[in-house]
Design a protein around this ligand. Structure first.
Ligand SMILES: [Zn+2]
Length: 229
C-alpha cells in the first residue's frame, strides 16, 4: 500500500486541496499490458483516453459489470486500492459493483454524457446485511449500508484525487447525518457535501445529479501532467 494508512472513516483528513504527487499513487493492475504512457485528454464530457488501463473484471473487493472498463492508470489504481480498503475493514464483505468507466480510446459512450476521458467511474452502493447485488440497485434509508459505503467513498476522498462525486441528494443527507453523528466537523462536511444547501447548489465535492440513487459517479481530477481539465 502506498497511501498513508489513515483510517478511512477519518474524514477530517479528507481531501486537502493540493493534489497528491503522482509518485505516491499505488500501481494499477491492468487486465492487459499498457503499451504507452496513459493520457487523459480534454474534458470528461468531450475527451479522449490514450493507452488506457483496463480494470480487470474482478479484483479484491470489486466486480466490474460494464464492458467500458478503461481508465487512466490513476483511476484504476485508486479504484482497486479503495475496494481493497473496504475488504481490510470488512473482510467478509461482498464485492462492490463497478459500472462504466470509459471505452478503450475514450470519446462518447452510449448512455452517458461524460465518461469520455478515463476519469469517471460508476460505483454501486453497498446494501445492508451484506446482501450481494448483481446490478446497481436504487437505495434509500431502508436498504443502504451507509457505514460500509462510506468506507469506500471516504477512502477515495482521502486521496485528494476526487474532483466530484455525483449522488442523489436524499442519499447525501444520510451520509451527512451519519458523519455528523460520528463527530465530523461542520467545515469538513461543508467542503464535502452539497447538502443541505439544496440540490442545485454548486458547492461541495458530492453533488446531486439525476439518476444517482442506484450508483455514485466518481470523477477523478486530471492526472498531473495530462492535457485534460
Ligand atoms: Zn457515470
Amino acid at each position: 500500500m502506498v497511501f498513508a494508512p489513515a483510517p478511512v472513516v477519518d474524514v477530517d483528513a479528507v481531501a486537502p486541496v493540493r493534489p497528491t504527487a503522482q509518485r505516491q499513487l499505488p500501481t494499477a493492475r491492468c487486465a492487459q499490458p499498457v503499451t504507452g504512457e496513459t493520457q487523459s485528454r480534454g474534458l470528461a464530457t468531450r475527451g479522449r483516453l490514450t493507452h488506457g488501463c483496463l480494470l480487470p473484471r474482478r479484483g479484491r473487493g470489486y466486480v466490474r459489470k460494464n464492458r467500458a472498463g478503461w481508465g487512466t492508470q490513476e483511476t484504476v489504481a485508486l479504484m482497486q486500492w479503495a475496494a481493497g480498503q473496504v475488504i481490510g475493514l470488512y473482510p467478509e464483505s461482498v464485492s462492490v459493483i463497478v459500472g462504466a468507466i470509459s471505452s478503450a480510446e475514450g470519446g462518447p459512450l452510449r448512455g452517458h454524457r461524460s465518461h469520455q476521458s478515463g476519469r469517471d467511474v460508476d460505483i454501486g452502493y453497498f446494501a445492508t446485511n451484506n446482501q450481494p447485488l448483481t446490478h446497481f440497485r436504487a437505495m434509500s434509508q431502508r436498504n443502504i449500508d451507509i457505514e460500509k459505503t462510506w468506507a469506500l467513498l471516504g477512502a477515495l476522498l482521502s486521496t485528494s484525487r476526487v474532483q466530484y462525486m455525483f449522488m442523489d441528494y436524499n442519499l447525501q443527507a444520510l451520509f451527512y447525518r451519519h458523519l455528523e453523528r460520528e463527530g465530523v466537523g461542520i467545515q469538513t462536511l461543508t467542503r464535502l457535501f452539497q447538502f443541505p444547501r439544496g440540490r442545485a447548489a454548486r458547492r461541495g465535492i458530492i453533488r446531486h445529479a439525476k439518476g444517482h440513487a442506484d450508483h455514485v459517479h466518481v470523477r477523478f481530477r486530471c492526472p498531473i501532467g495530462d492535457r485534460c481539465q
